[in-house]
Design a protein around this ligand. Structure first.
Ligand SMILES: NC(=O)c1ccc[n+]([C@@H]2O[C@H](COP(=O)([O-])OP(=O)(O)OC[C@H]3O[C@@H](n4cnc5c(N)ncnc54)[C@H](OP(=O)(O)O)[C@@H]3O)[C@@H](O)[C@H]2O)c1
Length: 288
């Protein structure tokens, strides 16, 4: 059976190692910057040994995941001696397999295996992996292996080459990281009527979950609700003037997002071009 190793023992490595091992894959070796991290991962996976050097992982495993921070992948790959029996795979969302050039030059197969998921902690990652889409880049036969792994982890896969990778990752930042930012902005606005942040976030969460459910079940653009979807220019005007008083630094963000919402509302069909132009004018008004 194929022997799998991990260089880097952080959240993604731990989730993938435990997940793959639970599906019958043979995860045999791990190394990390610190021995503590490597040992911690090894303890969670039957038959996995923690090594102090990345080279030991390459000497033990045939398929090696480099699951370090993105900026370390190329240099980690360059420090290891690879051969034609190796498959070397990174998990970065923004980088293509080009950063594994040193491994490719040594005859190794190279690949990318990016879970389109947020891994904030190991436990939560294990819960979230099923249903996740994995962006894969590799040539056969490695590509087939990576497809099987994604499927065995309960996920789906797409093939994505160097040309699309950076924009694919920027899209993920919009959908994931900036959602966190938006919720934080909304939570902060609740401070103006003196509700503590935790309570504000808890109150906003059912709204966020409802929105996500609607995106899933009804789809965009039909799931869009609110003043822009209804063409309520008066409400938008009130928002802008209130924000101007209590959070002037948010006016530009509110306007920018509003302008991006108008085409969705038009597509939903509850507003016409005239209402859209009226809303646009309001949302383009210079901040005084
Ligand atoms: N987090 C996410 O939501 C997410 C989602 C999809 C893909 N990814 C990708 O997955 C990869 C790993 O991300 P992560 O979130 O798991 O990072 P992480 O939790 O910060 O873990 C990175 C690990 O790499 C180790 N490391 C750093 N430099 C090293 C080196 N020179 N040699 C060996 N090990 C080294 C660290 O070591 P120590 O612990 O020993 O200090 C740490 O265990 C990245 O490419 C990231 O883009 C992340």
């Amino acid at each position: 059976m194929l022997k799998i190793g991990f260089i880097g023992a952080g959240t993604v490595a731990t989730a993938l190692a435990v997940g793959l091992s639970s599906k019958g894959y043979h995860v045999v070796a791990v190394s990390s910057r610190s021995q503590t991290s490597a040992r911690k991962l090894a303890q969670l996976v039957n038959g996995c040994q923690a090594f102090s050097s990345n080279q030991d992982v390459a000497d033990t495993a045939e398929l090696v995941f480099i699951a370090t921070p993105d900026d370390a992948i190329a240099s980690v790959a360059a420090q290891v001696q690879w051969h034609s029996g190796h498959s070397v795979v990174h998990c970065s969302g923004a980088d293509s397999t080009d950063i594994l050039l040193s491994a490719r030059k040594s005859g190794a197969r190279v690949g990318a295996f990016h879970p389109l998921q947020t891994f904030a902690s190991f436990r939560q990652a294990m819960e979230n992996i099923p249903g996740t889409t994995f962006a894969l880049e590799a040539e056969e036969p490695l590509l087939g292996m990576l497809k099987d792994m994604a499927t065995d982890l309960g996920g789906r896969w797409i093939e994505l080459g160097a040309g699309g990778k950076v924009i694919y990752h920027a899209a993920a930042v919009f959908a994931c990281n900036y959602l966190v930012t938006l919720v934080k902005l909304a939570t902060d606005l609740w401070q103006t009527f003196a509700i503590p942040p935790e309570q504000a976030t808890q109150a906003l969460l059912p709204l966020i979950r409802g929105t996500i459910n609607n995106i899933d079940t009804i789809g965009i653009p039909k799931c869009l609700t609110g003043p822009i979807a209804r063409g309520d220019a008066g409400t938008i005007k009130k928002h802008l003037s209130a924000l101007q008083k209590v959070a002037p630094d948010l006016v530009a963000t509110y306007q920018e997002l509003g302008l991006k919402t108008i085409p969705i509302a038009l597509k939903k069909g509850r507003i016409d071009q005239k209402q859209a132009s009226q809303l646009k004018a309001l949302l383009k008004q210079p901040i005084t």
